[in-house]
Design a protein around this ligand. Structure first.
Ligand code: ADP
Ligand code: MG
Ligand code: ZN
Length: 504
């Protein structure tokens, strides 16, 4: 439903209210098999081809815990500075939904595997970067549901559909749900902090190697809780929970919208209803979902078919040694090694290019050259195709090879761009593209000399100006030579040749 009245502006709202946020993020673990059975987790299989009695919830089937999933959960917990439970149990969360064949989800309730942690995020403010401490309430293990496909309606929603199809391939894929403590920051940076938190969490998950955390594939899904309280007061207001906000940009937009919407509700003298809300990417608005269940509605009880998980302290200590360098420390280190400004480094991080640049440098490029390609040509192509940078069709080794060819004088910038274009178009490696498109620089001196002589002969007036000391005119002759060689000459060498001939 479109909003009937105009909402107050964000700056007006935060002058009068303090927003409080809570982020719930679900991450699909990249394990080979499901959480409680041996079925494959591979994406994109024929519907209902990756199922068994356990993940279909058939009577008598028994679950068994996936050890790798527990290991990933512990590593995530440790990376978020959490306590790791010495002993914890799974619980049944009971509710009926067609994509959940057991009519309960195996989750964790009051005994999460990890709890009471923290992380830090940095956002840009007018006064420079500001680092914010974010408390982590808990991280717990659960299983994913299947997928419903509503057929026959215009929108793909159940409303107006003629029937629904169910695919249980996703049912039982391991999920980790990570829940923050209420986040209270300076109101003006609240939406940016929400985004930075999700972005930082994604980087951390990837650095741990436990999931690709691709939001566009639903491997990472974010629910954003927001409430308002009058400026300077402490009692928390009623929150709404906006479900499945599936891009970083949407996190920021959804939080901003909800802050403005709740203010307009309060301004009208009404109360905010505790409910889930749907996010609409197209309109940038949220609409009412269902009234929020209370925990008792789910009739949680300990899962009787699974033994408790009691990770030994030795195991936890050993897993602690496998943690990667924290993303913020890594970012600072790389920025220094690469000699990038804050602004350059921010662009690199926002583009998700840090790792690719690192690999390109390992393959022989310098930092500036690597950055130029990944943030330029390759980013543009990836954006056009809606593909992530690392799936644009060129590898760090290719990029490093192009840089080497430039350094060796075999390519100039213009030719190099055509080579990269060719690689991105799937024409092969840089050397294959150079060969196939005939892109090597014309360094054959006699061929270049002929082109220079022709350019001078073709524009005697320009040549005369240069002889008279007007160096600004050289460009016209260089242009003519570049044109004659289809851009495949070294402009610096062409300039030298022109001046040699005209000054002698
Ligand atoms: P539920 O299961 O009802 O979704 P959770 O405890 O899983 O509840 O998550 C609630 C999230 O909302 C947490 O991140 C919590 O910190 C946050 N939160 C709790 N109360 C408020 C509030 N009044 N305003 C904003 N966020 C809140
Ligand atoms: Mg929740
Ligand atoms: Zn199964």
């Amino acid at each position: 439903m479109p909003t009937a009245v105009a909402l107050p502006s964000f700056s007006d709202v935060i002058a009068r209210f303090d927003p409080v946020m809570g982020m719930e993020v679900h991450v699909e673990l990249g394990t080979i098999t499901k959480m409680f059975c041996g079925c494959s987790t591979e994406f994109g299989g024929e519907p209902n081809s990756q199922v068994c009695p356990t993940c279909l919830g058939l009577p008598g089937a028994l679950p068994a815990v996936n050890q790798t999933a527990v290991e990933s959960a512990i590593r995530i917990g440790l990376a978020l500075n959490c306590q790791i439970a010495e002993h914890c149990r799974f619980a049944r969360k009971n509710y009926f939904y067609p994509d959940m064949p057991k009519n309960f989800q195996i989750s964790q309730y009051d005994e999460p595997i990890a709890y009471d942690g923290w992380t830090e995020v940095t956002v840009d403010t007018e006064d420079g970067p500001r680092t914010v401490h974010i408390g982590i309430e808990r991280a717990h293990m659960e299983e994913d549901t299947g997928k419903s496909l509503h057929v026959g309606g215009a929108t793909g929603r159940i409303h107006g559909a003629s029937h629904s199809l169910l695919d249980y391939n996703r049912a039982g894929i391991p999920l980790i749900e990570i829940v923050t403590k209420p986040i209270e920051v300076e109101p003006e940076i609240a939406p940016a902090v929400a985004r930075a938190y999700v972005s930082g969490l994604r980087d951390l998950i990837r650095a741990l190697g436990v999931s690709d955390a691709r939001m566009e594939l639903g491997q990472m899904r974010c629910d954003a809780n927001v409430s308002l309280k009058p400026s300077g007061t402490t009692t928390l207001g009623t929150r709404t929970e906006t479900k499945n906000v599936n891009s970083l940009r949407s996190v920021e937009r959804a939080v901003t919208f909800e802050i403005r919407r709740q203010a307009s509700v309060l301004d009208a003298g009404e109360t905010v209803i505790q409910e889930t809300r749907h996010w609409h990417e197209d309109t940038g608005e949220t609409t009412s979902g269902r009234v929020k269940e209370e925990a008792e509605d789910y009739r949680y009880f300990p899962e009787p078919d699974l033994v408790p998980v009691a990770p030994s302290r030795d195991w936890v200590d050993q897993l602690r040694t496998t943690l990667p360098e924290p993303p913020a420390a890594r970012r600072a280190r790389l920025q220094q090694e690469w000699n990038f400004t804050d602004l350059e480094m921010r662009d690199v991080v926002n583009a998700g290019a840090a790792e690719l640049i690192e690999e390109t440098i390992v393959a022989g490029s310098d930092a500036a050259g690597a950055k130029k390609w990944w943030l330029g040509e390759i980013s543009r192509t990836a954006n056009e195709r809606g593909a992530p940078l690392d799936a644009a069709g060129i590898t760090p080794v290719d990029v490093a090879r192009v840089e080497t060819l430039i350094k060796e004088g075999a390519l100039n910038d213009k030719l190099a761009r055509q080579v990269v274009e060719g690689v991105l178009a799937g024409e092969g490696s840089p050397d294959q593209v150079v060969e196939a498109r005939g892109l090597a620089i014309v360094s054959d001196e006699s061929a270049l000399g002929t082109a220079v002589d022709e350019a001078i002969a073709g524009q005697p007036d320009v040549a005369e100006k240069i002889r008279g000391g007007n160096m600004g005119a050289v460009g016209a002759l260089i242009g003519a030579v570049m044109k004659a060689t289809r851009g495949q000459a070294d402009a610096k060498r062409v300039r030298e040749l022109i001046l040699e001939r005209l000054n002698s």
